[in-house]
Design a protein around this ligand. Sequence first.
Ligand code: ZN
Ligand code: ZN
Length: 668
Amino acid sequence: MELLRINVRGVVQGVGFRPFVYQLATKYNLRGWVCNTSEDVKIEVEGRKEALDHFLVDLEQLSPPLSHIEDIYSTNRAPVGYPSFEIRHSIAEEGKYQLISPDIATCQACLQEVLTPDDRRYRYPFTNCTNCGPRFTIIKDIPYDRPRTTMHRFQMCPECQGEYDNPLDRRFHAQPNACPRCGPALELLDAEGNPVTCSDVISTASQLLKNGKIVAIKGLGGFLLACDATNQAVINLLRSRKMRPFKPLAIMVSSIQEAKEHCYVSGEEEELLTSAHSPIVLMKWKPDSSVSQAVAPNLKYLGAMLPYTPLHHILLRETGLPLVMTSGNLSEEPIAKDNDEAIRRLSHIADYFLVHNRDIYARYDDSVTIVERGASQIVRRARGYAPYPIHLSFKSQQILGCGAELKNTFCLTRDEYAFLSQHIGDMENLETMEHFEDTIALYKRLFRIEPNIVAHDLHPEYLSTKYAQELATKSANIRLVPVQHHHAHIVSGMVDNGLESPVIGVAFDGTGYGADGNIWGGEFLIADYQRFTRMGHLEYLPLPGGAAAIKKPYRLAIGYLLSLLGEEALNQDLPCLKQVDSLDIDIIKKQIEKKINSPPTSSCGRLFDAVSALIGVRGEIEYEAQAAIELEMVAYDEVDETDSYPISIVEQNGLSLVKLQDFCFFQL
Ligand code: ZN
Ligand code: ZN
């Protein structure tokens, strides 16, 4: 007879881990106990050595689908003669923390119940179990128990309580457990927020969608705006109301078979679409797809996802249409999450609201992914992924990294973890700033982090930089660490790839504040985690009008032509020049000559913009990187191009400059 004490760390709570341990112990005839603590799952098992060995192997290999084991540590102890195996009460410990599961797409077992007419959860939109459902978006604090979630006000009925208390049930300690008798309920509201009387909310909403209406649907992490993805008129209406004329919208389809009607779906893409993360996947769009071109104008990719809540599953089945599902916000504001807030902010966009009474604690956008050359890449990391941490190969102090301006995420570190926040958004308005501050407070609380080192971007005008500086003025204990934008990009790449030693890092980017005060973005750095040396960059060229040149790439094109080839270049028969007023050209010329508001930039993104404008693809943009993305579409069918354009490299003050003049002549 032997006794093992085992500690398991990772995502092991709220994911059915204790019932799994209970069943495993029973299978091998072992006695002892299992319990949750604030930092791990502790197990004591007693039995024959051979059985204990099997138990340990199975513990690691057969663990529940949503669990993620970081570490199993076991020690031998003297046997105590336990009479049976039991699940003990949770132990809360001061200052300790644990990993928290992201929200997870509806599992097959729950979906089956929702679709079975005589099941007590038939058509119940909030069905979930320990293998699926909301997690991160409903948690206010740890330990993760129902009173500390937004489910606290729903008292379980006896049947649900029975499932919750039974270690052999799929819903044992499933904190969001609910049914039509005791759980959250749907309501349909009109654009002014008045209740719409109907016998079946989901059927009525499906009918409205089929009739070309825009419905704001409350989901896991916020409201999504839905409409018929095959109806060009309603999509254009949505675009004009949302003030988003071109930016691509995502769609939701009912099944993987339907996804294949609209996109070429590779094996890797199918795996992503059907995974528990259930992200939006950007895929090649089939020319004969019935999805309107208005969903993603000028693009050959389509962003699609599968239903990830029971509500989506029922709605998609009943409408029988692919639906546009885009964040419920106006242009660049954060996604709306509360019912009142949604009606206030979205009533001029949505015709109807499909709401419910389970509060959302954390805003959480849909994640966006792409598969390139067989490898999946996360473009926007939120639902299904955050707040799962990035693993560091070293133990870190408690640090807050405030992130940059566009597509902001922040990061908090402790121990060997980097807790990267979900996508926050473009830090250009008050709402996004509030979302940023609230989410930092939430992560600090959930993971018990109190950072006294705060890293910020070198850019003095970023709101995230100002936030860091304000923290330092409020507390003398806070040390600020400014970080150059592209150094941060390269070190992120090093962490992602587990690289320790110095690297030659190449950062091809839109815009980042340089150590010399110029706008960097085509950088070759020799870098390690702490420092970098700039070895080379794309030559500096003017950005006539500063921010105006980013919105109007034709300004860049003219600036690059003038700087690289001189005035006679403007006499050439170039598509970009035809669209521009001669007065505008004169202004750009003067700005460059007199160096008025024409900061030099080595940005690679701007080079793409300039080329896009030069060859007549796009001279003005509506969303970030539009000119570069549409340029990519021109080159789309020649992705296997291996030739290069002529460039020359010259040495200047110890730096290698990549000169674009030859490249420019080649273009002409
Ligand atoms: Zn489930
Ligand atoms: Zn119930």
